[in-house]
Write a protein that binds this ligand. Structure first.
Ligand SMILES: Cc1cc2nc3c(=O)[nH]c(=O)nc-3n(C[C@H](O)[C@H](O)[C@H](O)COP(=O)(O)OP(=O)(O)OC[C@H]3O[C@@H](n4cnc5c(N)ncnc54)[C@H](O)[C@@H]3O)c2cc1C
Length: 455
C-alpha cells in the first residue's frame, strides 16, 4: 500500500485541487493534511476574523473529504516538523503542496524539501493552485516581473490559464492521528458580520454570483451602496475557490461584466507576481519616493480617528466601520480610505496596511500591501501623486448617501447627499448630531502631500 501526503495550505477545497489530485494519482492512500502553523501565529498573521473563517474552512474541507470517504487530518506546530512526523508515521513516499507564492511559503517549501530528502520522501510543488497564473510564468522582455498592470494583463490573457480539474470521487485515508478541527465559536474578538467560511459556502456564493451579479459587474462595481461586487475575496484568500475555475466559469458566462471580473482576478495574480519577485515590498517601499511620513501627536490623533471611523468625513468613516463590522470593505472604499490616510493625512502606508491586516478576512500580504503601496504612490500606480478627494468620491460613488447612512447611524436621519457634508447642516441640526468635525482640512492636507513629494 503506497501513501502520499496532500498538504493543504491556501487551497482549502476539493474542487480544482491539483495538490489532492496529484497525491491521489501517486499513491493508494492519501493523508489530506492541514497544519495550523506556529510560524503564522508568531507573525501575528492569524487575526481573529481570519481564524474564525479558517475554522469554517477546515470544517467544510473535512466535510467535503468525508463525503468522499476520507477526512482531514489537522495538526498544530511547525509545518515542516508536522509533515515529517506524518511521513514517518505513515511511510508516505511523496508530499504534494501548492507552490509558494509568498516569501513565507517559498521559505517553508525549501525547508520542507530539505527535511523530506533526509526521509527519502519527494516533495512535489504544484503551480497555479493559489493564483490563476503562477508568478513568473509571464515576464517582460527585460526584468523578472511586470511593474505595470496593463502590459501584464495583455500577456496574462495571451498565456491563458490551465484547465480546471473536477473534484475526486473518493479519497482513501490511512489510519493516522489528527486533532479536532478548530471551532469558530472558540475564537474571541471576531467581527459580528464575518461571513461563513468554507468551500460549501463559497460555491453557493459563486453560483449566485454567476447567475445574477456578474452581468452588471462592469457598470456597478464602484457603486458603494449597491454592494455589487462578488465578495468572493475571502474564499479566494483561503483557496475555498480556485481562481482558475473562476476564470473559466466567468469566461463561459461571457459578456462585459464577466470580462471586467476576470480582469480583477488578473490584478490578484499581478500583485502576487510583484511580491514573488520583490518579497521586501511587503513592508518596504516598492518605489522609494523619499517620503518622510507625518508623525507626532496630531497625526496620531487623526490616524486613531481614521481607525475608529471618526474622521468627520462620513464616507471615510462609513468604510472604516464597515471594515470593523464585517472584516471586509468595498474596493472603492479601500481606495479612498487608503488615499485619505497616506496622502491627505500623509501617514505611513504601513500603519494602514497593518490595521487592515488586523481585520480583513481576505487580508493577505500580496494584495493588501501592494494595494496599499499603489494607493500611497510608492507602488505600481503610474500616477503616484494623485490624491482622491473623499467628497468627490462620495458624490460619484454614493450619490444619495445610502452607504453612509447604512454604516454611520449618527447620520441616519440626514437625507440625501447632504449626509456627506454634515458641517454644512443648519446649526441646530448639526449640533444635535453626535458626529465629529473633520480632523483635517482636505485642501491643506493635499497641499502638504504634494509639497512633500515635490509635485
Ligand atoms: C488598500 C487596499 C487593500 C486591499 N487589501 C486586499 C487584501 O488584503 N486582500 C484582497 O484579496 N484584496 C485586497 N484589496 C483588493 C480589493 O479591494 C479586494 O480584493 C476586493 O474589494 C474584494 O471584494 P470582492 O471579492 O467583492 O471583489 P470583486 O470586485 O468581486 O473582484 C473579484 C476578485 O478579484 C480580486 N481583486 C479585485 N480587485 C483587486 C485588486 N485591486 N487587487 C487584487 N485583487 C483584486 C479579488 O480576489 C476579488 O475577490 C485591497 C485593495 C485596496 C485598495
Amino acid at each position: 500500500m503506497t501513501v502520499a501526503v496532500a498538504l493543504f495550505t491556501s487551497d482549502l477545497r476539493v474542487h480544482d485541487q491539483p495538490v489532492l489530485h496529484a497525491a491521489l494519482r501517486a499513491a493508494d492512500q492519501v493523508v489530506p493534511l492541514f497544519v495550523r502553523d506556529d510560524g503564522i501565529h508568531r507573525a501575528g498573521f492569524d487575526a481573529p476574523n481570519r481564524r474564525a473563517f479558517l475554522a469554517d474552512c477546515l470544517a467544510s474541507l473535512d466535510a467535503g473529504l468525508r463525503e468522499r470517504g476520507g477526512r482531514l487530518v489537522v495538526r498544530t506546530g511547525e509545518t515542516v516538523d508536522q509533515v515529517c512526523r506524518v511521513v514517518r508515521e505513515t511511510g508516505a513516499h511523496e508530499v504534494h503542496v501548492a507552490a509558494g507564492v509568498s516569501g513565507y511559503a517559498l521559505g517553508r517549501e525549501e525547508r520542507l524539501r530539505e527535511a523530506l530528502t533526509g526521509l527519502r520522501c519527494a516533495l512535489h510543488a504544484h503551480d497555479a493552485v493559489v493564483t490563476a497564473l503562477p508568478p513568473g510564468r509571464v515576464t517582460p522582455a527585460s526584468g523578472d516581473h511586470f511593474a505595470v498592470f496593463t502590459p501584464y494583463f495583455r500577456r496574462w490573457q495571451q498565456e491563458g490559464v490551465r484547465a480546471a480539474l473536477g473534484a475526486p470521487r473518493s479519497v482513501d485515508v490511512p489510519r493516522v492521528k489528527g486533532e479536532e478541527p478548530l471551532r469558530r465559536a472558540g475564537v474571541a474578538g471576531v467581527s459580528p458580520g464575518v461571513p461563513e467560511g468554507g468551500e460549501a459556502a463559497a460555491r453557493e456564493r459563486l453560483t449566485a454570483w454567476l447567475r445574477s451579479g456578474i452581468t452588471e459587474y462592469g457598470d456597478r462595481h464602484d457603486d458603494l451602496a449597491g454592494d455589487a461586487t462578488s465578495r468572493l475575496s475571502p474564499y479566494l484568500h483561503f483557496g475555498c475557490l480556485s481562481a482558475v475555475e473562476l476564470v473559466h466559469r466567468a469566461g463561459r458566462k461571457g459578456g462585459a461584466g464577466a470580462d471586467a471580473f476576470v480582469r480583477q482576478l488578473a490584478w490578484r495574480d499581478f500583485h502576487h507576481q510583484v511580491l514573488a519577485a520583490r518579497p521586501a515590498a511587503s513592508w518596504s517601499d516598492y518605489r522609494d519616493r523619499g517620503d518622510r511620513w507625518s508623525t507626532g501627536a496630531d497625526t496620531d490623533r487623526a490616524v486613531e480617528a481614521w481607525r475608529q471611523g471618526r474622521t468627520g468625513y462620513p464616507v471615510v468613516d462609513a468604510a472604516m466601520r464597515q471594515l470593523r463590522h464585517e472584516g471586509w470593505m468595498h474596493n472603492r472604499a479601500r481606495l479612498l480610505v487608503a488615499s485619505f490616510l497616506t496622502k491627505t493625512l500623509y501617514a505611513d502606508w504601513r500603519v494602514g496596511a497593518e490595521h487592515f491586516l488586523g481585520l480583513l478576512v481576505d487580508g493577505d500580504l500580496a494584495n493588501n500591501q501592494l494595494n496599499w503601496q499603489w494607493a500611497a504612490g510608492t507602488g505600481t500606480d503610474t500616477r503616484p501623486n494623485r490624491v482622491l478627494n473623499p467628497l468627490t468620491q462620495a458624490r460619484r460613488f454614493d450619490p444619495r448617501g445610502s452607504y453612509v447612512r447604512r454604516w454611520v447611524p449618527e447620520l441616519a436621519d440626514v437625507a440625501g447627499a447632504a449626509v456627506h457634508r454634515p458641517w454644512r447642516l443648519p446649526e441646530p441640526e448639526r449640533a444635535a448630531l453626535d458626529y465629529p468635525d473633520p480632523v483635517v482640512d482636505l485642501a491643506a492636507g493635499r497641499d502638504r502631500f504634494l509639497r512633500a513629494r515635490g509635485a
